[in-house]
Design a protein around this ligand. Structure first.
Ligand SMILES: Cc1ncc(COP(=O)(O)O)c(C=O)c1O
Length: 380
C-alpha cells in the first residue's frame, strides 16, 4: 500500500521498537554489537560504521521520501558528495558541474577532486543545450546539477537533463537540498542519484549537520553503501535521530516556508531599494514554468540584488534583527547572508563567482508580518 508524503515522513523506517514498543526509534549510541557466535552477528549488526539501527531508520525514511530503493546518511552533505564522486568516478574521468552551485561543492570539484585527476566543466544548468555541449560522451561520468541553485536560484529541467546525461552514458545527479523531497522528487523525473545536505530543510532546526544520497537503482545504491562503509563518512546515531525528528514535520514546515517566501518575494519585487528579485515563484523568473512543472511549490529561498550595490547589500545584512546573519539555510528561523563574502567566498575569481550586490534570504516559519517589518527597516 502506498502512503502520502507526510505519512511516510512520520512512519517510514520508524515502526515502534520491537522489544519495548518505543514509538520513537531509540538512539543506538554504540560502536559495536555482541555476536551470538563467531560469524553470526545479531540481525546483521557488527560495527556501527557498517550498520546502526538509528541510522538505518533515517536511511529507510530518506529512501521512501525520495522514491528510491536505497538511502544513505552521511556526516555532512559534502561527505555524501565525496563518497558519490569517488564511487562513480576514477582519475581521468570528467564531470559537468553547475555554473552556479554551493561554494563548498565547487571547492570539492575544483580544489580536491581535480587534484586527484577528475576533470570538470561548469555549464549553465538552466540551459540543456549548454549542458549537452559540455558533456564528453564516453568520458563524462556525471552531470551534476542543483535545482534551485545556490544562491542564484536557477532552475534545471530535470527530465530534459536526464535525457542529455543518459544519451552520453553519464549519470544525472541532482542536489535537492533547496527544494527538499516534499517540493521535488528528482528520481521521478529521471535522476539517478539525489544528494542532500540534510543540515538544511530535512533536519530543519539548525541543530545538526548531515548529508544523504538516494539512488534510483538498487545496484548503484549497494555500491554506494559499500563505499559508505569503506570510506567511513557516516552519520552518527544522535545526528540521525535529530534528523529523523526534523523529518516528521518536513511537509508542514515547507508549506509555511513557501507561504512566507511568496509574501516576501511579492513585497521585495518592485521595492525602490531592491533591484532584481530572484524567486522561482515569480512569473518573471526565467525558470518559473519548469519549476511549476517539477516542483509542488517554489520553496523558502529568495535572493535579491541591493539597489545601492555591494555596500548596500552588506548594510542590509548587518541591519536585520529577526533575520539572523548566518550561513546555512532551511531552519525554522529566518537567516540572511551575503553570499559573495560568506557561503560563496570559495568561488571568488572562478566562473561561479556571485555578484557582490546579492543578498540571500532563507525565509523561516515565523509570523510573516514580523519578517516584512524587519526587512522594511533593514532596506534603509
Ligand atoms: C545546495 C547545497 N549542497 C550541499 C551543501 C553541503 O552540505 P553540508 O554543509 O551539510 O556539508 C550545502 C551547504 O550549504 C548546500 O547548500
Amino acid at each position: 500500500m502506498s502512503h502520502g508524503f507526510d505519512t511516510l515522513a512520520i512512519h517510514a523506517g520508524q515502526d515502534p521498537e520491537a522489544r519495548t514498543g518505543a514509538v520513537i526509534p531509540p538512539i543506538y549510541q554504540t560502536s559495536t554489537y555482541a555476536q551470538d557466535a563467531v560469524g553470526a552477528p545479531r540481525l546483521g549488526y557488527e560495527y556501527s560504521r557498517s550498520g546502526n539501527p538509528t541510522r538505518d531508520a533515517l536511511q529507510e525514511c530518506l529512501a521512501a521520501l525520495e522514491g528510491g530503493p536505497v538511502g544513505l546518511a552521511f556526516a555532512s552533505g559534502l561527505a555524501a558528495e565525496d563518497t558519490l564522486l569517488r564511487t562513480v568516478c576514477k582519475p581521468g574521468d570528467h564531470v559537468v558541474i553547475p555554473d552556479d552551485a554551493y561554494g563548498g561543492t565547487y571547492r570539492l570539484f575544483a580544489r580536491v577532486a581535480e587534484r586527484w585527476g577528475l576533470d570538470y566543466t561548469p555549464a549553465k544548468v538552466s540551459d540543456p543545450d549548454a549542458i549537452r555541449a559540455a558533456v564528453e560522451p564516453g568520458r563524462t561520468r556525471i552531470v551534476w546539477v542543483e535545482t534551485p541553485t545556490n544562491p542564484l536560484l536557477g532552475i534545471a529541467d530535470i527530465a530534459a537533463l536526464a535525457g542529455v546525461a543518459h544519451d552520453a552514458g553519464a549519470l544525472l545527479v541532482v542536489d535537492n537540498t533547496f527544494a527538499s523531497p516534499y517540493l521535488q522528487q528528482p528520481i521521478a523525473h529521471g535522476a539517478d542519484v539525489v544528494v542532500h545536505s540534510t543540515t538544511k530543510y530535512i533536519g530543519g532546526h539548525s541543530d545538526v549537520v548531515g548529508g544523504a544520497l538516494v539512488a534510483a537503482d538498487a545496484a548503484l545504491g549497494e555500491e554506494l553503501r559499500y563505499h559508505q562503509n569503506a570510506m567511513g563518512a557516516i552519520n552518527g546515531p544522535f545526528d540521525a535521530w535529530l534528523t529523523l525528528r526534523g523529518i516528521k514535520t518536513l511537509g508542514v514546515r515547507m508549506d509555511r516556508h513557501c507561504d512566507n517566501a511568496e509574501r516576501i518575494a511579492a513585497y521585495l519585487d518592485g521595492h525602490a531599494k531592491v533591484g532584481q528579485v530572484i524567486y522561482p515563484g515569480l512569473p518573471a523568473h526565467p525558470g518559473h514554468e519548469v519549476a511549476a512543472k517539477q516542483m509542488r511549490r517554489f520553496g523558502g529561498m529568495i535572493s535579491f540584488r541591493a539597489a545601492g550595490g555591494e555596500e548596500h547589500a552588506v548594510e542590509i545584512c548587518n541591519r536585520t534583527k529577526l533575520f539572523i546573519l548566518a550561513e546555512s539555510l532551511g531552519g525554522v528561523e529566518s537567516l540572511i547572508e551575503h553570499p559573495g563574502r560568506m557561503t560563496h567566498a570559495s568561488a571568488a575569481g572562478s566562473p561561479l563567482e556571485v555578484p557582490g550586490d546579492l543578498v540571500r534570504l532563507s525565509v523561516g516559519i515565523e509570523t510573516v508580518d514580523d519578517l516584512l517589518a524587519d526587512l522594511e527597516q533593514a532596506l534603509g
